[in-house]
Design a protein around this ligand. Structure first.
Ligand SMILES: [Zn+2]
Length: 76
């Protein structure tokens, strides 16, 4: 069963659904069928944050934050 990412145009939620055959998926939040399928694999918010944090650490190591203020650098 393919796992698809959807955006509900009725309530604005994004979620993943397993879609079987010609089932028409419905929003788990508001049960609307007005869904847009999002391209590609879903980027989970947690994974995205981890990836961004990792990219920031690497950029900091390489000195890409030289334009940041001292207060900003202290947070890195
Ligand atoms: Zn919805």
């Amino acid at each position: 069963m393919p796992l698809y990412s959807y955006h509900c145009t009725a309530c604005g939620q994004e979620f993943e659904l397993l879609v079987r055959g010609d089932d028409s998926p419905a929003c788990p939040h508001c049960h609307s069928a007005a869904l847009e399928r999002l391209p590609g694999a879903a980027a989970l918010p947690g994974k995205t944050r981890a990836a961004i944090a990792s990219a920031r650490r690497q950029a900091a190591r390489e000195g890409h934050f030289s334009h940041y203020s001292k207060a900003e650098k202290a947070k890195l």
